[in-house]
Design a binder for this molecule. Sequence first.
Ligand code: NDP
Length: 332
Amino acid sequence: AKDPVRVLVTGAAGQIGYALVPMIARGIMLGPDQPVILHLLDIPPAVESLNGVKMELIDAAFPLLQGIVATTDVAEACKDVNIAVMVGGFPRKEGMERKDVMSKNVSIYKGQASALEQYAAKDVKVLVVANPANTNALILKEFAPSIPEKNITCLTRLDHNRALGQVAERLGVAVSSVKNVIIWGNHSSSQYPDVNHAVVEGPDGVKSVRSAVADDAWLNGEFIKVVQQRGAAIIKARKLSSALSAASSACDHIRDWVLGTPEGTFVSMGVYSDGSYHTPPGIIFSFPVTCKNGNWNIVQGLSIDQFSREKLDATGAELVEEKEVAYSCISE
Ligand code: NDP
């Protein structure tokens, strides 16, 4: 039998956490033969609810779940973890300035970075979900210098999956037949969902999404807007933000990163930019990647037309600005 993998979920008593932990315990994140030990962290006001989640996990008798550490102590939560999914964060409340939200999250992510640096497994893989996800991940990278920068990522897989879903709905095909959409940039409404390299597999072979949809006005307009604004649409419909889809996408992100992407398929991940595609280096930017042996690599050589160029530049500029705001909070 395999040794168990220790998976940390922060903000574990929250909505996404509640949807995510049973998925991990069922093997959806790391595979049906991979035992796990769940480390659940939340803050003191959420401790009762956190213990309730722990009770339910025990009651569900998940065969793969070999242990549960539920705590409000960051050091204890981070001890020896192999995977860290950072869902906890300070939400933007009505009337709050962007800078105030940033400042709260900078201090949270600074503290958690230090704890991961000190207590986690040396090769810990980190996925930041809490917003502003890209910049929280960047802060985490800054304050955990011994964690390899390739091990710190943020979630744009939900946006990626939303784009696949929109194309599949439009074409009336199964979502599994659509692949290789790209989310570029920030996990915010400046993100660019790009279908220029996406394909759909049908009974008569593989077609480009552009030719299958045959409606560039929709692909360059409504489609992009729907994907960018999907989070807000869910809040409007559910009166709560997306949780099951965020949790499911977090599992997809880690699973593909650890177990590899299928041959010929790429996915979107927020990773530390090396300046590929003339993006600003030194920020966490979402790129198309393939994964193998536990490593991601940015897909190179894709053509970028003028329309795309402008959108990549705009989302990159927003991230540079967020970085500046975040760094000004650090020095305060
Ligand atoms: P959720 O579980 O709904 O969301 C958690 C975080 O994920 C939020 O920052 C949210 O951003 C973000 N997120 C990123 N992408 C998405 C997406 N597509 N859809 C929805 N959310 C997304 O929040 P809850 O308030 O239910 O739970 C948060 C937990 O974190 C609580 O248990 C709380 O106690 C804990 N917490 C921990 C802190 C700490 O570690 N110091 C500080 C504050 C809270 P957004 O805010 O933009 O919706």
